[in-house]
Design a protein around this ligand. Structure first.
Ligand SMILES: NC(=O)c1ccc[n+]([C@@H]2O[C@H](COP(=O)([O-])OP(=O)(O)OC[C@H]3O[C@@H](n4cnc5c(N)ncnc54)[C@H](OP(=O)(O)O)[C@@H]3O)[C@@H](O)[C@H]2O)c1
Length: 262
């Protein structure tokens, strides 16, 4: 796939996997539009990518869990006269706590970000890409998409939604020249665990953000609907699909209790 002179919109681009996507694609000659809340980090990354690769790097500070956030983002991108060739729906948060103890407003924001904004942006840009007969969407799901996860219940359910939506859109998109992929990372070396309120120190081996990005881009180019990052994660997911659901739940609960894995 030729990424040169393509414009890529990346949510959650101020750090972690989103920033790694931005670096990888800028290095391949793509222009980037970076969205997240932390404006200082976005500006620093945009400047660095522009200076290092000579690409156009725009940024837009927005809290995507706010109502109508996606409308505002699309409107601002249109106002700047930018057209999006590749959408990377990466922004996402997890909340490591029992459902009954969770703040309902926090649950609402988690669903709005992980499910609502991702769906809204996919709807707008898939429609435009379909009209153009070309484009790509990468949605960042998780290995948590494959089974329910106690203590991360809303997060795992939101990622199951992302995986299901992405695979259905993959089917619809391929008839119109639009590629759709769900990438499912396991534990990855980012600020995710601290943000989730998990014990980051007890998380086991983590994959690097560049490994996740390379896995995603290879799968996108191969035309796959979804991909699990890393052999260990892929084996764990495969096992979770064949054991009884209750056993998968028990193992997921143990893993979360031991490691705070997202
Ligand atoms: N790390 C893992 O182990 C792991 C595993 C599986 C899946 N994932 C998924 O990978 C994706 C990226 O996470 P990460 O690991 O890179 O975590 P991260 O380092 O915490 O990055 C999350 C990104 O999302 C942005 N973000 C969070 N809340 C936002 C909001 N309300 N509005 C706009 N942007 C917001 C953050 O930027 P600001 O704070 O500047 O807003 C940041 O850029 C998520 O969807 C996550 O579920 C991660």
């Amino acid at each position: 796939m030729d990424y040169r002179d393509k414009t890529v919109l990346i949510t959650g681009a101020s750090g972690g996997i989103g920033a790694a996507f931005a670096r990888a694609l800028a290095a391949r000659g793509s222009h980037v539009i970076l969205v997240a809340r932390n404006e200082a980090k976005l500006k620093e990354l945009a400047t660095d990518l522009h200076d290092s690769h000579g690409i156009r790097a725009e940024y837009l500070a927005a809290d995507l869990s706010e109502p109508c956030a996606s409308d505002d983002v699309v409107e601002e991108i249109d106002r700047r006269g930018l057209s999006v060739d590749i959408l990377i729906n990466n922004a996402g948060v997890g909340m490591h706590s029992d459902f009954a103890d969770s703040d309902p407003a926090r649950i609402r924001r988690e669903v709005a970000l992980n499910v609502g904004v991702l769906t809204d942006l996919a709807a707008v840009y898939m429609s435009r890409m379909t009209q153009q007969g070309t484009g790509a969407i990468i949605n960042v799901a998780s290995v948590a998409a494959f089974q329910p996860v106690p203590h991360l219940a809303v997060y795992a359910a939101s990622k199951a939604y992302v995986l299901s939506l992405s695979e259905a859109l993959w089917w619809e998109g391929k008839q119109h020249g639009v590629k759709v992929l769900a990438v499912c990372p396991g534990a990855t070396d980012t600020g995710f665990f601290e943000a989730a309120g998990a014990n980051a120190d007890s998380v086991g081996p983590r994959r690097s953000t560049s490994q996740v990005v390379n896995t995603a881009l290879r799968a996108l180019e191969a035309g796959k609907p979804s991909v699990v990052d890393g052999l260990y994660n892929a084996v764990a997911v495969a096992i979770s699909q064949v054991v009884p659901r209750r056993l998968a739940l028990a193992v997921a609960e143990l893993a979360v209790r031991a490691s705070g894995q997202g």
